[in-house]
Design a protein around this ligand. Structure first.
Ligand code: ZN
Length: 146
C-alpha cells in the first residue's frame, strides 16, 4: 500500500524547520477536487475526516448547510449540532489528492485510523476498511460514480 506523499526538499540551513513543514498537511485549496480532507472543531480537540470527488468548497458548503439546517447527515454535523460547537471550515486541510475513488477511500480510512482518538467519524467508517482493502488487493480499480 502506498504511503502518504511526503516530498523531501533540501534546505540545508534549517533542517528541523523543513521537516515540520513537510509533515504538515497542505492547507485548504478550495478549488481542488478528489481529495481526502480534515476539518477541526474550533472548540474542542475533535476532527472529521472525509473524502470527495467534487470541489472542496462545494463539500464545505454542504457540511455548513447540514449544520445550519440541523441535519445530522454526517458525524461532523452531528458533533456540531449536539455539542453546539462551531467547525473551523476556513482551515480545512487536504490530506491527500487521489483521483481513484477506491484508493481515496483507503487513504480516508488510514487517516481516520491515525486520528482515531480525535476523530468524530463513526465506527462504521473504520469498519469499511476491511472491505475496501479487500477490493484493492483484488485489483478492483474501477472508479465508482456516486
Ligand atoms: Zn467540538
Amino acid at each position: 500500500m502506498k504511503k502518504y506523499d511526503i516530498k523531501i526538499s533540501h534546505k540545508p540551513n534549517n533542517v528541523t524547520a523543513s521537516i515540520f513543514t513537510q509533515v504538515k498537511p497542505r492547507i485548504e485549496q478550495r478549488n481542488e477536487t478528489h481529495t481526502v480532507y480534515k476539518m477541526n472543531c474550533s472548540e474542542c480537540d475533535a476532527c472529521y475526516i472525509g473524502n470527495t470527488k467534487q470541489y472542496l468548497h462545494k463539500r464545505i458548503y454542504e457540511h455548513k448547510y447540514s449544520i445550519q439546517t440541523n441535519k445530522k447527515s454526517t458525524a461532523l454535523a452531528k458533533h456540531a449540532i449536539e455539542q453546539l460547537h462551531s467547525i473551523d471550515f476556513e482551515n480545512t486541510e487536504i490530506i491527500k489528492k487521489e483521483r481513484n475513488q477506491l484508493k481515496r477511500n483507503v487513504f480516508e480510512m488510514i487517516a481516520i485510523q491515525k486520528e482515531e482518538k480525535r476523530t468524530v467519524n463513526s465506527r462504521a467508517d473504520i469498519e469499511n476498511f476491511g472491505r475496501i482493502y479487500h477490493n484493492i488487493i483484488h485489483r478492483n480499480d474501477r472508479d465508482h460514480v456516486t
